[in-house]
Design a protein around this ligand. Structure first.
Ligand code: ADP
Length: 229
């Protein structure tokens, strides 16, 4: 799921990124950034991890990211984006963030394990905080019931999901099924077996095996996907 987070970085391909902490999350982010064509410097204090990542990243360096002098010497100040992917060592995460803000990095992302971690990070200068474990846990909870096949929720309780077409949409057009007025959700796209996704239109007729991309309030999508009337 590094993919999900790298898609949030809105910068041009020429921008370089420093990833601090090459654990499971940092490693996944770094690898996805490389695939997207960015220059990536990975930093970890563990020599074994630096060796593993040495061939796969533009640079991988063994260093203690809480040491401002070391970071300065590594040229960290020249990077326009940084992500602090140290989760379990709260002090190291926050110290690293302080070093990055001191060095004047303009776009700093921090992975946080708890809301407290995230709040402190925001207070001391993180521009973005991500909660991969909490977000993925919530996402899986929606998927595990089998009602949704994919699910993304935005901060305000609004979501986009991929679902099986509920029974009351079968064999009628979207206009006839009045999905939006009855369920409060909007069908955005429809996928028929062996075909690509099509934009949904009022005259689109839904077949029982179709998959739908729908948007709307999370609770309404849950109800719609579960076939609740
Ligand atoms: P994950 O759950 O994604 O694996 P971890 O918190 O376990 O995340 O991993 C964080 C990584 O950050 C580890 O590889 C660790 O060696 C590295 N790390 C922790 N503190 C520092 C530090 N001060 N300087 C550099 N790397 C660090």
């Amino acid at each position: 799921w590094g993919r999900i987070f790298t898609e949030q970085f809105a910068f041009s391909a020429s921008d370089s990124v420093i990833v601090i902490g090459l654990g499971r999350f940092g490693g996944a982010v770094a690898q996805s950034l490389m695939h997207l064509g960015h220059d990536v410097m990975g930093v970890d204090k563990k020599e074994e991890l630096v060796q593993v990542w040495g061939d796969r990243l533009t640079h991988a360096v063994q260093a203690d990211s809480t040491n401002e002098n070391v970071m300065l010497q590594l040229g960290v100040a020249d990077f326009s984006h940084a992500i602090v992917a140290i989760g379990s060592d709260l002090a190291a995460s926050l110290m690293t963030l302080m070093v990055l803000t001191e060095l004047g990095i303009k776009d700093i992302w921090v992975k946080a394990l708890t809301p407290e971690h995230g709040q402190i990070a925001q207070r001391i200068g993180a521009h973005h905080v991500v909660y991969p474990e909490a977000d993925m846990g919530e996402r899986v909870a929606h998927l595990i019931t089998g009602r949704m096949m994919d699910f993304i929720e935005f901060e305000d309780g609004f979501a986009i999901a991929k679902i099986h077409a509920p029974a009351d949409t079968h064999n009628v057009t979207l206009a006839e099924s009045h999905v939006r007025t009855r369920h409060g959700v909007t069908v955005v796209g429809v996928k028929r077996a062996n075909e690509d996704f099509q934009h949904a239109r009022p005259e689109t007729r839904i077949l029982p095996a179709d998959l739908l991309i729908v948007s709307g309030p999370t609770a309404r999508i849950e109800q719609f996907a579960g076939g609740d009337k």
